[in-house]
Design a protein around this ligand. Structure first.
Ligand SMILES: O=C(O)C(=O)C[C@H](O)[C@H](O)COP(=O)(O)O
Length: 309
């Protein structure tokens, strides 16, 4: 068996719908790295196990998150338990054609996911693919962030392929606490980096997607996939480059999870041997399904092979 391990925070997700009887809220389980693990699990074949590493409490909602992850076919055996903490929560708001998030996660259990270095090491050692994000880093104290990057680097030295999405969320980084340096340090231990141009532009002022891709290559990445919403994705791979245009999607219900679902599909297809061109095409199809549904995750039947051949 081969192993895909994702590290980060799983939360309670609330998304709203306005119907005849007013606004109603739907509760789900999501979180960027969990979303990617979930889509990867849906698309990887039976030769792969997918595991999620985080920290959860012992309360009702922590149990619900754990049960959901297990029911999705993702291993939860290595998840840390922090009895006096609860999971974080976020609400999705649609505005100006995009999704926006409000968080309640300052004291979440996941903030302590890297406190036990041995647990972290057990989670990543022996994995074939390790996946983490800028959100995983943002929720940690600076020394724990460094510890996590060191464990990821050790897993890579032991043979893992490392994938990282910068997933820049300025709201999670207080001024001057090392956002840019953390992204550079993470990319330096990564093989594949999957940034979103719209997140990179305001922080780095990149003039185009190539500038974003080159920056992550300069940090050390070998394969960079720059997503750009409905516009063409740019892939830099072993010195070559190409662009791929996503198919047009009719009505966008909620863009939450577009990037994460793209990553899950891209990494799953690369893991199973597809070249980047075919992996990007599949990733666009899956992201197109994601954004036609509320919340980050879709009803599993919408990813059946006849839907995404
Ligand atoms: O922001 C966070 O901390 C979350 O994890 C909540 C969301 O599930 C992802 O952020 C969605 O990510 P996108 O694929 O970029 O839409």
């Amino acid at each position: 068996m081969r192993g895909f391990v994702a590290i980060g925070e799983a939360m309670v997700e609330l998304s709203s719908r306005v119907g005849a009887d007013g606004e109603s809220w739907r509760m789900a389980v999501a979180g960027d790295t969990l979303n990617t693990a979930w889509y990867a699990r849906a698309l990887l074949d039976g030769d792969w196990t997918v595991s999620y590493f985080t920290a959860l409490g012992t309360d009702r909602y922590s149990r619900r998150i754990r049960d959901f992850i297990t029911a999705s076919g993702i291993e939860t055996g290595l998840i840390r338990t922090v009895p006096d903490r609860r999971p974080g929560l976020y609400m999705i708001h649609q505005q100006d054609g995009d999704r926006h998030f409000t968080y309640w996660r300052d004291m979440s259990a996941a903030r302590l996911l890297a406190d036990d270095t041995d647990a972290l090491r057990r989670a990543v050692l022996g994995a074939d693919i390790v996946y983490f994000s800028g959100i995983t880093l943002a929720i940690l104290q600076a020394d724990r962030r460094a510890a996590l990057i060191a464990e990821v680097a050790a897993a890579r030295a032991a043979g893992a392929r490392v994938a990282f999405d910068p997933n820049i969320r300025p709201a999670l980084w207080s001024g001057g606490d090392g956002l840019k340096a953390s992204l550079a340090a993470a990319a330096a231990v990564s093989d594949v980096v999957l940034p979103t141009f719209g997140d990179e532009l305001p922080l780095f002022g990149d003039k185009d997607l190539l500038a974003t891709a080159r920056r992550y290559c300069a940090y050390g990445a070998r394969e960079v996939v720059v997503k750009n919403g409905a516009e063409a994705t740019l892939v830099l791979h072993h010195g070559g480059q190409f662009e791929s245009l996503p198919p047009r999607v009719g009505e966008v219900v909620d863009a939450t999870g577009a990037g994460d679902s793209f990553n899950g599909a891209y990494l799953a297809r690369r893991a199973m041997g597809d070249p980047p061109e075919a992996a990007v095409r599949m990733a666009h199809r899956v992201a197109g399904i994601c954004i036609r549904h509320p919340g980050a995750l879709v009803p599993p039947h919408t990813l059946a092979p006849e839907q995404v051949p």
